[in-house]
Design a protein around this ligand. Structure first.
Ligand SMILES: [Zn+2]
Length: 141
């Protein structure tokens, strides 16, 4: 079955989905910053373009949207172009694993946060992430 939207329209719909997520990321980052963590965002010089990174402490944090990163509980496959999306999201998931392995092998601290964690336990996720950053800082001392 073909997509009921043209590729251009589909692209805009999917981008809109993405930008909603980054709103949540912004709030998350702002809260983390307010607690005193200092970091860079969307670091293109590191593999996988981490949402949050502190090179000095070797910490990377990814905020994974339930759709794009194929969360088991919330990723709903689009009803049109299902095969395309299925393959695309499968590739994303494989890539996520490769990126995770890259950092683990290098001895970096990597944390992947699900979009749904930010929705359901926002403060706890901020607190936990802050602790991870503090621990990484202390380990290098
Ligand atoms: Zn989810």
């Amino acid at each position: 079955m073909s997509d009921i939207f043209s590729p251009d329209v589909r692209k805009r719909i999917m981008q809109a989905v993405k930008s909603t997520h980054s709103q949540l990321e912004n709030t998350f980052s702002a809260n983390l910053w307010r607690k005193g963590a200092r970091f860079r965002r969307n670091v293109a010089s590191l593999p996988g373009n981490p949402d949050i990174a502190i090179k000095k402490y070797r910490v990377v944090i990814f905020i994974d949207s339930c759709f794009w990163h194929k969360c088991e509980s919330h990723c709903k496959m689009p009803k049109s172009n299902t095969e395309y999306w299925c393959n695309k999201l499968k590739r994303n998931a494989i890539r996520d694993k490769e990126i995770t392995n890259y950092y683990v092998q290098k001895g970096w601290i990597i944390r992947r946060i699900w979009e749904h964690q930010l929705k359901t336990e926002f403060s706890k996720t901020v607190d936990d992430t802050f602790i991870i950053i503090e621990q990484a800082k202390n380990n290098l001392r």
